[in-house]
Design a binder for this molecule. Sequence first.
Ligand SMILES: [Zn+2]
Length: 260
Amino acid sequence: MKTKITIIIISTMLLLANLTILHSKEVGGIPIFMYHMITDDTPKNPNSEYLYVSPENFDMQLKKMHDSGYKTITFDELSKSIEKDFKLPDKSFIITFDDGYLNNYTEAFPILKKYDYTAYIGITSKVIGDPDIYELEYFNYDQAKEMLESGVIKFTNHTYSHKDLSKLSEEEILFQITKSREDIYNNLGVYTDVLTLPFGYTSQRVQKIIKDEGYKVSMRTTGKIKPVKTKEDLLALYRITITNEHNYNNILDLINSKLK
Ligand SMILES: [Zn+2]
């Protein structure tokens, strides 16, 4: 009798746990992490501290995701999940990096491999392989090719020279999103339909041009994690900024706070 009651209690608990997982996926959508630099360097500008995560912390953040059963998915899979028959893993997330920093190659890439995770890096093609005005180091196309061929990294278009698209003329917007797309294609042989908006800024006009140019996904910076129900939703995705304040113990709390 005692065993029977225990079995009933355990089954009920399992059922409730399952319902919670299903429920949170339905209302919350898929978390998309936004990183910039993975380095022990100190920020050159104190206001850009949020752009820096130490390699050790990055490792622990991913370890927590891994220990909690999270799997990385692609934007293609996210797009397919709108269709009825395609099911994403119960705990899915996407990792992204912006700008193309050298430490994405030297620090982040080996840690991603360690956990069998994939990620997207948004390339600002003007600075690839070149230090820019902020004297930050960027990876070159040989390193990008190595990351691409490993299957760990996919590249997105983060425009040619990282300008606020909402302030540009139509011609300038087209140049910004076309030139870098061509640069990526010419150097890496991939034609991306994912755009990472510089500073996350956009406008109705920008959104229309992005759509007309055949982009399937565009990403802003931070905001709540919204469910993806239509193809349109993919052109207005928000991400979660992961900083050095986030660690093994609090990263899941961060996700939950953005799902609400
Ligand atoms: Zn950027």
